[in-house]
Design a protein around this ligand. Structure first.
Ligand SMILES: [Ca+2]
Ligand SMILES: [Ca+2]
Ligand SMILES: [Ca+2]
Length: 454
């Protein structure tokens, strides 16, 4: 509604009317010619005759008042000047959940007052009108980039909007994993996914922004390039198992091993550019140099699996089946100096190096009823031989992965034989306190691996 001037027979009447001239509502009446101003609701009535200011033409207005009807009277008060929205946000980036403070107090209205602040936080969850006030606070739980905006409403009901500088809520952890999407008695349809970890309001990690990267069946054993921009995985999509390489967004998927070596699996990519693999389905270990497109066998003849580089690329941990049980072994990068790391009648397997190279994590059924009856726990053994049991709960905790900072341990848990394997995360400082564990998803998934952080 705008202010317009209405004309009475012998006095000046000021009121509001609709744009089409109907609905006159008197706001004030005076007997003589001075010009007055007031707020649209009729308050703040004051004489302004003789004062010339923007939108006021006292002489013209007097003529118009005396001679004209409604048309043209708009110029008496002038068109409403639009309010101006100005706002800042802080911080502009950080790990999700990211709490951000918004400040719109610099907003103003040139000819009136701001009656309302409408924040749109830009995530589609908190829609307009969800909050108002010149300042606001909002927590972004989902990792992503956001473009928040502020709309201010003035005392005439008109609006002004500004888009703030963008906000980046980064994922504290990004992971790759294999997910079983279709499970039948004869078939498991397994695909490579990536996703972000964020935290719930209770502080538990949860998997969000899941994205499926591959479409063939039996894509598994995903692992990251050292810089986190690419992913390797094992797939039999061309008939035989092979190592496949793709960008972290799933593009440019190609077989990098079949022309070099038979049936390569379980790749691990070191910062020197070399990829160690298992080949011939557990009968050897070799190294692919992807830049030179070459393969070198460094070990053959035994039942071995899951080779993994030490962080400095000088050694390889692997699991070897010997004397009726699995052991974790170490060897030099050229295959020399093979030696026991574990030496225990139980099954010791799935080795993963600590990020500082001071020890190796593995799963073992020592002190349980046995891995093939569904029991295993995670252990850490330092290079000096000291063993620490990390998990102690019924069921199998297997496929460990550790974050680049060494603070978070991810693994899958199988409660009972035949049950689903579900990924969990625990702080390394409280691996035996299951109240600190986060169940990341309810979907059956294996081989969860942290994206390396530089
Ligand atoms: Ca205004
Ligand atoms: Ca053993
Ligand atoms: Ca256990």
């Amino acid at each position: 509604m705008k202010n317009y001037l209405g004309r009475g027979s012998d006095n000046i009447r000021i009121g509001s009317i609709n744009q089409d001239g109907t609905g006159f509502r008197e706001l004030a009446k005076e007997d003589s010619t001075p010009i007055y101003s007031m707020k649209p609701d009729g308050t703040g009535f004051r004489q302004i005759a003789g004062r010339v200011r923007r939108g006021f033409y006292t002489g013209l207005a007097a003529v118009a008042i005396g001679a004209a009807a409604l048309t043209g009277c708009d110029s008496l008060f002038g068109p409403n000047e639009l309010p101006v929205a100005e706002a800042t946000r802080s911080p502009g980036e950080g790990y999700a959940p990211l709490s951000v403070n918004f400040d719109g107090r610099a907003s103003y209205d040139p000819d009136g007052t701001i009656e309302k602040y409408i924040w749109d936080f830009g995530d589609g969850i908190n829609a307009k009108d969800s909050t108002s006030g010149a300042v606001a606070e909002y927590t972004y739980r989902m990792p992503g980039e956001y473009a928040p905006s502020l709309t201010v409403v003035d005392n005439d009901g008109d609006t002004g909007t500004t888009t703030l500088e963008s906000i980046t809520a980064e994922a504290e952890h990004q992971i790759a994993f294999s997910r079983w999407d279709v499970i039948t008695e004869d078939n498991r349809d397994e695909h490579i996914y990536v996703g972000d970890l964020t935290r719930t309001s209770e502080g538990k990690y949860i998997l969000v922004n899941q994205k499926r990267l591959t479409n063939s069946t039996q894509d598994t054993q995903s692992t990251w390039s050292p810089d986190g921009t690419e992913i390797l995985f094992t797939s039999p999509r061309e008939g035989k198992f092979a190592i496949w390489r793709m960008n972290a967004d799933g593009s440019n998927q190609r077989n990098i091993s079949s022309h070099l070596v038979e049936r390569a699996m379980a790749a691990d990519w070191c910062s020197n550019g070399l990829i160690v693999v298992n080949y011939n389905i557990g009968e050897g270990i070799g190294i692919i140099n992807p830049d030179e497109d070459t393969f070198t066998s460094i070990y053959s003849g035994d039942r071995v699996d899951l080779p993994g580089w030490s962080p400095d690329c000088s050694e390889i941990a692997y699991q070897r089946y010997i004397n009726g049980n699995w052991e974790v072994y170490l060897m030099d990068a050229n295959g020399g100096n093979q030696r026991n790391f574990t030496n225990n009648p139980a099954h010791d397997l799935l080795p993963v190096w600590l990020p500082d190279g001071s020890g190796v994590l593995f799963a073992s059924d020592r002190n349980t009823t046995g891995i093939y009856s569904g029991e295993a726990n995670l252990y850490l053994q330092n290079l000096n031989g000291i063993v620490t049991q990390l998990t102690d709960i019924p069921g199998r905790e297997i496929y460990p992965s550790i974050s680049s900072d060494g603070n978070s341990l991810m693994f899958v848990r199988l409660r009972h034989i035949g049950d689903a394997t579900i990924p969990y995360l625990t702080p390394m400082t409280s691996t035996r306190d299951t109240t600190t564990w986060s169940q990341l998803t309810t979907k059956e998934s294996i081989f969860p691996t942290f994206r390396p952080r530089q």
